[in-house]
Design a protein around this ligand. Structure first.
Ligand code: NAP
Length: 415
């Protein structure tokens, strides 16, 4: 299609999908959205590092043809005040793989968060957050190296569905009356009421993705994290449907924790992934005390929201945690922090969250050699204690450097 402001590069080829698999050409066109606030600083730095890693790994036989897409304040400037132009949405679908910096959510009524819009419009139902330790990164844990998990958070249902009725409104009174009189529910007068829908469809597509990821990446277990002891027909159903997906669709690859002990004496058979479940509150404890017991986690929206930030804080916090929102194939990789407006254009902040989202993206494309180069270079730069301000304030004897200097150091260490 003809775009107004987006220039699809002529020196690249589009990523496509065939037989349910992503086909990535050697010169794939990948979309990027710079983002607001600190977005331009971190995007500039990351593009330099990603390109250097691809060049180093493939010596010119592979190269990304970047295509800038517009969203947020930059889009508003170009598209007459429109923060999320329809052609950006079209391009995100057409290019399949994209990466974005943080976007401002203007405060005030009537403005839907751009991040929520992008997830809803593209039905990006899985929020994927890998959390692992890199040597030398400041951590409050005694053994942070034991943290190596990938959290799959359901992105479309649960209390995020927006079905809420404010106390004192007509709708609230109508629903309260129905619940009390028709359903026999009891609750305090004047309560705000929210609905928590969790479906078999929403749960199964999320858990299916988590199990497939575990198979593709030789992971050992998938833990279904839920609050089913209290919310039996939503959180408990999430657990039940999760086990069903494993049993019905992946019988060759999975066994339950109960089967592991009943029939295998606790020894995991070669090539099998253990499906287990844990109550959400104990999961928070165990992820701090015994993180090695977790590998891939699949969980509902609210649990996943808390759990991914809490786990990320164990190994460096939001300045470094990467993430992606993924549908069946369309994927938008993103920095997990916000726009930190007070640091905008100061060339100061840590670009690592976006950087590692790019590492995830390279892995998603199957370009693991380039991804590995960045992971290794990062540990060497951290070992030198040349870090941005946020790490410098947590590390003894560190030298504070700017965002762009940090990118230069990473490129140097790949050499
Ligand atoms: P924020 O932008 O994430 O910033 C909060 C604090 O986190 C910063 O002041 C800074 O801490 C630290 N921080 C964030 N990014 C960092 C980085 N790259 N390196 C080092 N430190 C970093 O959160 P916010 O101030 O609540 O939100 C600002 C705007 O971002 C809002 O408009 C919000 O809606 C938006 N937002 C967007 C996204 C997204 O696009 N995915 C996500 C969250 C928020 P110190 O002050 O301690 O240095």
């Amino acid at each position: 299609m003809a775009y107004q402001h987006i220039n699809i590069p002529s020196d690249g080829d589009k990523i496509s999908v065939a037989d349910g698999k992503l086909l990535v050409p050697d010169h794939p066109i990948v979309g990027y959205i710079e983002g607001d606030g600190i977005g331009p600083d971190i995007t500039r730095a990351c593009l330099q590092v990603w390109n250097a890693a691809v060049e180093k790994a493939y010596q010119g036989t592979r190269q990304i043809a970047w295509c800038e897409l517009y969203m947020g304040e930059k889009a508003a400037g170009l598209y007459d005040g429109n923060y999320f132009p329809s052609e950006t949405l079209t391009a995100l679908k057409e290019l399949i793989v994209s990466i974005k910096g943080p976007l401002t959510t203007p405060v005030g009524g009537g403005f839907r968060s751009l991040n929520v819009s992008i997830r809803q419009e593209l039905d990006l139902y899985a929020c994927v957050r890998p959390v692992r330790y890199y040597n030398g990164v400041p951590s409050p844990l005694k053994k942070p190296e034991e943290v190596d998990v990938v959290i799959f958070r359901e992105n479309t249902e649960d209390v995020y569905s927006g079905i809420e009725y404010e106390a004192g409104t007509e709708e609230n009174a109508k629903l309260a009356k129905f619940l009390r009189e028709e359903m026999g529910a009891t609750f305090f007068e004047g309560a705000g009421i929210g609905i928590k829908p969790i479906s078999a469809f929403g749960t199964k597509r999320l858990v299916r993705k988590a199990i497939q990821y575990a198979i593709d990446h030789n992971r050992k277990s998938v833990t279904l994290v839920h609050k089913g002891n209290i919310q039996k027909f939503t959180e408990g159903a999430f657990m039940k449907w999760g086990y069903e997906v494993a049993e019905e669709e992946f019988p060759e690859h999975t066994l339950t924790e109960a089967e592991l002990w009943d029939t295998h004496n606790g020894e995991v058979p070669e090539g099998k992934i253990v499906i287990k479940d844990r109550i959400a509150d104990i999961s928070f404890q165990l992820l701090q005390l015994r993180p090695a017991e977790f590998d891939v986690l699949a969980t509902s929206n609210l649990n996943g929201d808390y759990l991914s930030d809490a786990t990320a804080a164990e190994v460096g916090g939001i300045g470094i945690a990467p993430g992606a929102n993924i549908a069946d194939h369309v994927a938008v990789f993103e920095a997990t922090h916000g726009t930190a407006p007070k640091y905008a254009n100061l060339d100061k902040v840590n670009p690592s969250s976006l950087l590692f989202s790019g590492v995830m993206m390279l892995e998603y494309m199957g370009w693991t050699e380039a991804a590995e180069l960045i992971n290794n270079a990062f540990e060497r730069v951290i070992a030198d204690k040349t870090v941005t301000y946020d790490f410098a304030r947590l590390m003894d004897g560190a030298t504070e450097i700017s965002t762009s200097e940090f990118a230069n150091c990473l490129v140097e260490k790949m050499g």
